[in-house]
Design a protein around this ligand. Structure first.
Ligand SMILES: NC(=O)c1ccc[n+]([C@@H]2O[C@H](COP(=O)([O-])OP(=O)(O)OC[C@H]3O[C@@H](n4cnc5c(N)ncnc54)[C@H](OP(=O)(O)O)[C@@H]3O)[C@@H](O)[C@H]2O)c1
Length: 304
């Protein structure tokens, strides 16, 4: 038996509570992970509030990002590269209901955690990191590009900005006023989001690509600046995508191989992902309250 964060009805973070549940058993191709760090994401909160429909029966577990230690291995459980998973392996990736002491994960969705990658950072890397990688796969950028990244102070935008810079592009990141210095600390230009964004971005450079990692205002700025719709991608603006004709973020790049590569980049310090705050499992309500109400740059991570 072990503890997991659960909820019995949709609603605010207060619907979350801890409950003891039998340890899930790993099936074929799966492993049981003792979770040491579980990053939480806006998606988790949107499902919990009922904004994104879910067919899962109540009580529901919450979360998907995790880093931890493999405790049990199902039949034929192999990493993406075909090597077998072993009990005791340190891993990161995606697991069902990861905000818990233990969670089951598909072995093929996991990467081995590099020793130099702090466990809290590893626990928050999966969704934000693979979404950022996917933004660059959808709209590849390089030298000669000036990329406007909307929400460069958020989990996805922080990584997308750095990957675009690493690819040789000039990067302009948007954030609230309080986070502009943080965005500059990533080695990129920073402008405040909101009305007038197109003018502020144009004052810095000739924008050739847009990655909107929050909503639609970077997309709208791209339209104003005449950026071609096949050079604009968004991750959370479905109505705007249809209206503008920009690109939805593609899913093909969400692989454990890319997660492993990114984990190496972060471990080597070439890409940074700050952890804004950590909370013990008992404070899961506080963790989601901070996620959904604060503008702290970086990941919120629960450490069961
Ligand atoms: N499609 C997908 O596969 C996918 C995957 C992951 C995430 N998402 C979605 O993408 C969004 C971002 O995820 P995340 O994990 O990066 O979230 P996050 O860490 O909470 O970051 C949110 C970002 O949006 C910025 N922001 C807040 N209010 C804004 C506004 N009014 N105008 C412009 N920017 C604003 C924030 O800036 P400040 O903090 O400086 O205010 C911050 O940079 C969420 O809606 C999430 O559900 C989609």
């Amino acid at each position: 038996m072990s503890l997991a964060a659960m909820y019995d009805q949709t609603g605010t973070p207060e619907v979350l509570h801890l409950a003891e549940a039998p340890d899930p058993a790993p099936g074929p191709g799966e492993v049981l992970v003792r979770v040491h760090a579980a990053g939480i994401n806006p998606y988790d909160g949107k499902v919990r509030r009922g904004f994104i429909p879910s067919e899962a029966p109540f009580p529901r577990r919450i979360g998907s990002d995790l880093a931890g230690t493999v405790e049990a291995v199902g039949a034929g459980a192999e990493y993406w590269d075909g090597t077998p998973v072993a009990v005791g392996d340190e891993v990161l990736g995606s697991g069902a209901g990861a905000v818990a002491e233990r969670a089951v994960a598909r072995a093929s969705s996991l990467a081995k955690r590099p020793e130099a990658l702090p466990i809290e950072v590893a626990g928050g890397l999966n969704v934000a990191g693979l979404t950022a990688v996917s933004c660059l796969a959808t709209v590849p950028v390089g030298p000669g590009d000036t990329v406007l990244v909307g929400g460069a102070s958020g989990g996805v935008g922080i990584i997308a900005s750095q990957l675009a810079k690493e690819a040789g592009a000039t990067v302009i990141g948007t954030a609230s006023a309080r986070n502009l210095d943080f965005v500059r600390s990533l080695g990129i230009e920073a402008v405040e989001y909101g009305p007038g964004l197109a003018d502020r971005a144009a004052a810095i450079g000739d924008v050739t690509a847009v990655m909107d990692c929050h909503g639609r205002d970077a997309l709208d700025a791209g339209v104003t600046l005449g950026v071609s719709t096949d050079r604009m991608v968004a991750i959370a603006a479905y109505a705007a995508l249809a209206e503008i004709g920009a690109q939805n973020v593609e899913r093909a790049a969400r692989t454990a191989e890319n997660l492993a590569r990114l984990a190496d980049e972060v471990a080597a310090g070439r890409v940074v992902l700050p952890v804004a705050a950590t909370f013990p499992l008992e404070q899961v309500v506080d963790a989601f309250t901070v996620l959904e109400s604060s503008h702290a740059p970086g990941k919120i991570v629960v450490t069961p």
